[in-house]
Design a protein around this ligand. Structure first.
Ligand code: C2E
Ligand code: MG
Ligand code: MG
Ligand code: MG
Length: 286
């Protein structure tokens, strides 16, 4: 009967829900263990000057070496980490690791060391009133120039509580830390908020770059963003450059910096420190 069918469906639904809840609980307790057992580490993806081909910076990207799961990317656990508040201790670990890594590149590589590292911040971290002081003590502890630390936040992160976000960003910038708007174009911010929040860097979301060759509209959009940002004194980074065609188009649109698999995937720290692009990659001729 319809009633039985409904019951059966409900039972299946129930099982699925329970499984989901179980997975979440396992994930949460595994995340706690991961902190204790130090299973988090950072990979580093080069950010490249599209004019000179020089690596200008690295973005630190969180990885979890989860036993019997292999290397897990942030997409699979960041949400749960945020929902449970675990993102706070994880994020502190990330900031500390990134600073320590930059200091150790300085020590080992001297002037050949990367000049800056970009770290992603979640909304909870940005809203945490203790963030600026914590950063200040990290910078001092590792004797880092504040300019060499870049913090990436997304549009939705800043738009949720724009006033608090604006205040914190101002404070961070007054310390000398650079702030980047990540994934630009995917959220609901207006172009005016680029100016309002005083971002130093704007990262154009990968979706724009992957659509570049699909028609003049996307090129026009990217060109408008690049031009506007330049007039506001904001540095532009194109995310997710995968092909020589995309690179050439971005060069013709005067985009200053880029990042993506065309140059390099995120790398282990030991390899990233030694990473230099062979010149042909830049021309797109490789
Ligand atoms: P994001 O900050 O926009 O980072 C760029 C993402 O794009 C990275 O994914 C990177 O591996 C990927 N990517 C780079 N180049 C290409 C390309 O050419 N093609 C494609 N298809 N992908 C490319 P990942 O490492 O999985 O990170 C995903 C997101 O997780 C990040 O997006 C960032 O929002 C978040 N995340 C990463 N690390 C952290 C962290 O330490 N803390 C917080 N709160 N979030 C983080
Ligand atoms: Mg980012
Ligand atoms: Mg991004
Ligand atoms: Mg993203």
């Amino acid at each position: 009967s319809a009633k039985q069918a409904g019951k059966a469906r409900y039972a299946t639904f129930d099982v699925a829900m329970r499984q989901l809840a179980d997975n979440r609980m396992t994930l949460e307790s595994d995340l706690r263990k991961a902190l204790d057992l130090d299973q988090f580490y950072l990979d580093y993806q080069p950010i490249v000057s599209l004019d000179s081909g020089q690596v200008s910076s690295f973005e630190a990207l969180l990885r979890w070496n989860r036993p019997s799961h292999g290397i897990v990317a942030p997409g699979d656990f960041i949400q749960v980490a945020e929902d449970t508040g675990l993102i706070v201790p994880i994020g502190e670990r990330v900031l500390e690791q990134a600073c320590r890594q930059l200091a150790s590149w300085r020590r080992d590589l001297g002037t050949a060391a990367p000049t800056s590292v970009a770290v992603n911040l979640s909304r909870i971290q940005l809203m945490n009133a203790g963030l600026p002081d914590k950063l200040q003590s990290l910078l001092s502890a590792y004797a880092l120039d504040p300019h060499s630390l870049h913090l990436e936040v997304t549009e939705s992160t800043v738009m949720r509580d724009a006033q608090t976000a604006a205040r914190t960003i101002k404070r961070l910038r007054s310390m000398g830390v650079r702030v980047a708007m990540d994934d630009f174009g995917t959220g609901h911010s207006s172009l005016s908020c680029l100016h309002e929040f005083e971002f130093d860097v704007l990262k154009i979301d990968r979706s724009f770059i992957s659509n570049l060759s699909r028609g003049r509209d996307f090129a026009a959009l990217v060109h408008a963003i690049v031009t506007l940002a330049r007039n506001l004194g904001i540095t532009v980074v194109a995310e997710g450059i995968e092909t020589p065609e995309q690179l050439m188009l971005l060069q013709s649109l005067d985009c200053q910096f880029g990042q993506g698999f065309h140059f390099s995937k995120p790398l282990r720290a030991a390899i990233a420190g030694q990473f230099h692009l062979p010149p042909p990659r830049l021309s797109g001729a490789a």
